[in-house]
Write a protein that binds this ligand. Sequence first.
Ligand code: PEP
Length: 243
Amino acid sequence: MKNPCIVCNWKMNPASQKEAAALAREITRAAKSKKGEVIIAPPAIYLSTVKNEHTHVALQDVSEYAKGAHTGSISASMAKNMGASYVIVGHSERRREQHETNEQIAQKIERAYEAKLTPIICVGELKKETPERAWGKIKKQLDEIIPSLKKGKGVIAYEPVWAIGGDKKTDSAYAQAMMYRIKLYIRMQAQLITPILYGGSVNCKNIEDFLEYKDSIDGFLVGSASAQKKEITTLIKKIYGSY
Ligand code: PEP
């Protein structure tokens, strides 16, 4: 992964294959200086469409199983064969809606490594609370995935759940302090230097606040803003311009 890394999590957007191709084309154009790395994570159904337009693609989720009878699931090796090089795991929307556990997330990390995919692993506390209490929640998530994380090279995305949604109030100083703690903890527990991304309502209005801390942020996971052509292309240029 090259810094700064910008992961575009399109969530359940756009509405058609044609729009997916057009949006990917615009993102590719904005990222053409290759100063960093832009990864597009479209809905799985558009993976090959996006791959035709853009080099770095990710799946938004992957099965915890390598194969078998799991209707509706996609295995890591299928994603690899379709041209993906990354996969997002443990996104808070999946933890909440699909009740994904840290144990399942650990399995997904291992399936990703086996298929030679890089997992982008999301961690973050639900509510904004004191840094000590928030750290307790994040540490539990990390402790349960570190044995799997250690088996390869993953990327962590710190995503405070209270800041996710595209238009939520963010706190860049708080985020930077938490990311520093996460990085240090992983280095001590797993002897790994893991790249760390920030995610949670990153947009053109607040990006400057985060860029103040660019020395300790390896990139961004952008959700809502990444599915809006003007917003994401401007954001990429701003981020590339500052690193
Ligand atoms: C996300 O989907 O991981 C995310 C950070 O979303 P948003 O940018 O919309 O807050």
